[in-house]
Write a protein that binds this ligand. Sequence first.
Ligand code: MZP
Length: 511
Amino acid sequence: MATILTDTSRTFSEYLLIPRLTRAGQGVDTVNLASPLGVVEQNRLSRFSVNIPVVSACMQSVSGADLSIALARQGGLSFVFCSQPIDSQVEMVRQVKAHKAGFVLSDSNVQPSTTLAQLIELMRRTGHSTVPVTDDGSATGKLRGLITDKDFWEYEDDLSRPVEAHMTPMSDVIFGSDGISLREANRLLHQHKKECLPILDADGRLTSLVFKKDYEDHRLNPLELLDESKRLCVGAAINTHDYRDRVPALIEAGADAFCFDSSDGFTEYQFEGIRWIREQYGEGPIIGGGNVVSAEGFDYLVEEGGVDFLKVGMGGGSICITREQKGVGRGQASALLDVVERRDAYFEETGRYIPICSDGGLANDTQIVIALSMGADFVMMGRYFAMTEESPTPKTSINGQMYKPYWGEGTQRAQNWQRYSDGMASRKMLFEEGVDAYVPLVGPVSEVLETTLYKLRSTMVNVGADTLAQFRERAILTLVSEQSVVEGGTSTVFQFSTTRDAEEGRWGGAR
Ligand code: MZP
């Protein structure tokens, strides 16, 4: 006979945190949100951590190159989707790695004989106002000078003249030598009051550029997630079908972490995939497994499989209809609590700490907070990021409101049969496990994350926690009744629907 669990399948909105002592000196500015992604061996640091506990979903309508760059700049990590050919996924990973705030390969270059008119056309096309002049017009040619939009007057100068007549010649260019540290390069920029510092090799060939604006940018984004070479970090999704080809190509492209993208990762197919990567590359690559929703799944992929982190969640995603279609899944809070309990016991037994990712179904900031308090080390979100400026889909106006398309990987549109058919040779999707939808456009990643993370920090202070580890340890949660949810909202007051309505004295109606 089937085993029937006695506990109910619960979700995050059924819980509330009880405040605990906040110590003097604690505040949102003292909270540290760093979180491990790689397994943490006893008394060691994690091999790889994120600076904020947020990653973006392995989805076509979410994790492209622009979103990956925007999220890494805030301290989080994207997993570029794998439901695309290996070449195009590799290209996206490369784009993120090339977007280095630091030493940049120059992508707008001219020759000394290029005319001002051609230069202006190039500047308009690329948006760049400083252009290296190299002997052959390439990014690595011998540097002859630098030209900026301040070196000529578009409506006064003769635009048929060559740039060499206007450029700063080599004799006056301040440059750094290959191998210079970023700190030293920034010092030279500061000392000589320059906007751009070319870096040259021993033969005088251009190797890269360092910009003052990137330095300022980094000061504004102190949590930026960078690798050892100061390049932005990016993760890549992989599947159980073509990892033998995909993983080597992604490693070559510089991917910092991998994550199996599967609706049900409790399979021998995923186990074999993890084993293969470990056999080929040892403990080096950070590998995320899942998704699982039970302690049994944890044991299989962690104890036997050897993953770094584990993703939890099945059927909770905002675009997911797996539970309706197939009758499998579990309430996200119950799934998370079960896996976290097992993770903690495993840590007691072995001294190995396995980071857990709560994946999908987070409908608001409060649920992110509850997931982290329940023991998730970080959360993965799709809808949240699909709504941002930087997601890869076009903005669409519907009835005067701006929206973005958002579709599940289990739709005919995504054609991600690999995510759902671990064992089947067939590439057909006989039924859909996801829906095709629109979500409202909410703004840039930096702005939405600022609010979310401020709320998280604020709740952590309520619980007296300085770090996410303390947050989990100190968290006391209570189940809520329907009536206490009603009590938690506004009651017996008239509420203005927007601040503007309030200012203009318009009633939004009672809630
Ligand atoms: P959400 O943040 O939009 O609620 O959920 C995103 C998560 O839903 C993804 O990370 C993935 O685990 C899951 N997902 C993606 N596509 C589908 C589907 O088509 C799905 N069913 O469930």
